[in-house]
Design a protein around this ligand. Structure first.
Ligand SMILES: Cc1ncc(COP(=O)(O)O)c(C=O)c1O
Length: 396
């Protein structure tokens, strides 16, 4: 008998991104023996700091291997609030904090808990790919806000306000941005908060890269007086502490929202892994020096990558102000006729030059590619040399 697979309709509202396709192709070529330079990975290339690893080992040795509270251990929730207070001057308490299985999980839980079919969610372009799919999955409507490439892709309050309607329920801001590296100034962020609150919507600030800013000091909009009522912080330990595989993130939000998200989490993942929570506790309470070291290294790499990309005739890019991505405009390569969009470009670059990048299409703009510079200088030199030659050749 043949099984008939009838999938739920809502699963068709989300798609496998072209990021995955390029990554799978790179993997195939690597297994066939090709020497691939990988600029695709959005994660630190350094190991998790030793003190954090030791805390996890101690957790295993001490048999801290059972279920914890769904929302995370009381110690970790308190430590996350305290870390956020020390870093940014906020005043969250444990009932306003949920520990999640990575920052992505915090965003998923929030959107599912908040968005009704037809509700509008404002998303600046270029965007981190997951926002769109998570909103679609909840039956919400994405309202995309185009930003100006020549202004560094920085979104502002005026643009956000132009896109607000009576149905706007949530505004998503990611600063520093993946993929553009744009950073919103504190002054502008405050204006965005005012506009959002005026319309009775929530502001989700995705602070995944909050410590990786190259100018000025990191800040959280949640620290502004009165902000807590309408702000949700989606936080992640993944990049800040080189912990992508551990899967620890968090949300800071008004207690009723945290309760709703916890209810959902109780029927899906339950608690984040007990051992990873102990590692997370050490990350929150232990030495913080590794962050500054990573930032210094990323800054050196950013300067090199931008300088090198600007040597390629026709390629343009602004200076990323945060995160660890460069987002150059490579549309000059479309002149030759062989590639017509960013997906074709990334595919041909991989096949011909053995360099993996993510096509801008995945982030909502088709004239760009995303280069992650969280990789060694040697790899950056090799890969950028190959990209330079590839673009020269393809233009004919
Ligand atoms: C903008 C942004 N937000 C959130 C995340 C989620 O990270 P994680 O789920 O590993 O905490 C990522 C990961 O790449 C990201 O780039």
């Amino acid at each position: 008998m043949q099984a008939i697979a009838e999938l739920a309709e809502r699963i068709s509202t989300i798609s496998v991104s072209s990021t995955m396709k390029v990554a799978a192709d790179a993997d195939r070529l690597r297994r066939e023996g090709a020497d691939i330079v990988d600029f695709g990975a959005g994660e630190p290339d350094v190991p998790t700091p030793a003190n954090i690893k030791q805390a996890a080992i101690a957790a295993i040795e001490g048999n801290f291997t059972r279920y914890t509270n769904t929302a995370g251990t009381p110690e970790l929730r308190a430590a996350i609030c305290e870390r956020h207070r020390l870093d940014f001057g906020t005043n969250y308490t444990s009932s306003e904090c949920l520990v999640t299985v990575g920052g992505k999980h915090a965003i998923f839980n929030l959107v599912q808990a908040l968005i009704n079919p037809g509700d509008e969610v404002i998303i600046p372009v270029p965007y981190w790919v997951t926002y769109k799919d998570v909103v679609n999955y909840a039956g919400g409507t994405c309202v995309f806000v185009e930003t100006d490439e020549h202004a560094g892709f920085e979104v502002n309050a005026k643009l956000i306000e132009q896109h607000m309607s009576a149905r706007t329920k949530l505004v998503i801001i990611n600063s520093p941005s993946n993929p553009s590296g744009a950073v919103i100034s504190q002054n502008e962020f405050q204006k965005i908060l005012e506009v959002t609150a005026k319309h009775g919507a929530y502001l989700m600030t995705d602070e995944c890269y909050c410590h990786f800013v190259y100018e000025g000091e990191p800040f959280s909009i949640a620290a502004v007086s009165g902000a807590k009522e309408s702000v949700v912080v989606a936080g992640s330990l993944s990049k800040t502490y080189a912990m992508t595989g551990w899967r620890i993130g968090f949300a800071l939000a008004p207690a009723p929202i945290i309760s709703a998200m916890t209810k959902l989490q109780s029927h899906s993942t339950s608690n984040p892994t007990s051992i990873a929570q102990k590692a997370g506790l050490e990350a929150m309470t232990g030495p913080q020096e590794s962050i500054g070291e990573m930032l210094g290294e990323y800054r050196r790499r950013r300067d090199f990558v931008v300088h090198r990309l600007r040597q390629i005739p026709g390629v343009t890019l602004g200076m990323p102000k945060g995160a660890f991505y460069a987002y150059p405009n490579i549309a000059v390569a479309y002149e030759g006729g062989r590639v017509k969009n960013s997906f074709d470009f990334a595919t041909a670059l991989l096949e011909d030059a053995h360099v993996a990048v993510v096509p801008g299409e995945a982030f909502g703009t088709d004239d760009h590619i995303r280069i992650s510079y969280a990789t060694s200088t040697t790899e950056l030199e090799r890969g950028l040399e190959r990209i330079h030659k590839f673009i020269d050749n393809i233009r004919g």
